[in-house]
Design a binder for this molecule. Structure first.
Ligand SMILES: C[S@@+](CC[C@H](N)C(=O)[O-])C[C@H]1O[C@@H](n2cnc3c(N)ncnc32)[C@H](O)[C@@H]1O
Length: 217
């Protein structure tokens, strides 16, 4: 797929200085995500971020986990420029790569990862695209590599707050194929791809983080 048309509040980023975009959500959740990664990520090796957005996260992660080599990726060229502007002086962050995460086959270009991070994308894509994405993640991970998937999710099929109901409804009205995914379905999908759940962490603002590890078959 190409980039979808989304409700105006689904992927907000405003102009900052020198091409650096600022996403209010990324500003808010960065500290909690850094704490999560410090607890669950491998401390060395190759780390791939999918749908890096503005680049605020990958630079914060690189500062907290300085012995990982980070590869940010993004489908949107303006956001790739923003990532590169933020990362200019961080030697462990590579130039942002162009990646459509829902296309088949990308794992071949990003093989043997020790860590893959994906923040706030799967509610913006369909279930079929989510399945492709997770399959690609599983193939891109090296042995015992970890996957951290963060975002808003249903719990046992239920939307858990008025804010979540409003956001999910706005997404579905824009595009009936997208919207919040169910936590149990995500767990099932990860397991199907030999990604065993290490922990499911309740995060601020009703978000969830799935931490999974690639098991040897
Ligand atoms: C809600 S933003 C989240 C960005 C960032 N992860 C964060 O949390 O700040 C969703 C991002 O996914 C990107 N995106 C949308 N569809 C994509 C796709 N198929 N493959 C890769 N990135 C995609 C958008 O350009 C946008 O930067």
């Amino acid at each position: 797929m190409s980039k979808r048309t989304l409700p105006s509040n689904a992927s907000v980023a405003t102009e900052g200085q020198s091409g650096r975009l600022v996403a209010p959500a990324a500003t808010r959740n960065s500290d909690a995500l850094c704490d999560l990664l410090v607890q669950f990520a491998p401390s060395t090796g190759r780390a791939l971020e999918i749908a890096s957005g503005t680049g605020q996260h990958v630079c914060a992660f690189a500062r907290h986990l300085p012995d990982l080599n980070w590869q940010p990726t993004e489908i949107d060229p303006e956001r790739r420029n923003s990532i590169n502007a933020y990362a200019a002086e961080l030697p462990t962050v590579a130039a942002a790569a162009d990646l459509n995460a829902t296309a088949r086959g990308w794992h071949k270009d990003f093989a043997d990862q020790n860590l893959i991070v994906l923040i706030n994308l799967v509610h913006l894509i369909s279930w079929a695209e989510t399945r492709t994405l997770i399959s690609e993640v599983a193939q891109a991970l090296g042995s015992n590599g970890r996957f951290v998937l963060y975002g808003p999710f249903k719990r046992s099929g239920q939307l858990i707050s008025d804010g979540d109901r409003r956001f999910h409804d706005a997404l579905v009205q824009q595009d009936a194929e997208i919207g919040y995914k169910n936590d149990d379905d995500v767990t099932g999908l990860l397991t199907t791809h030999n990604l065993s759940i290490v922990e499911i962490v309740e995060m601020p603002a009703n978000n969830l983080a799935f931490v999974a590890e690639k098991s040897d078959i």
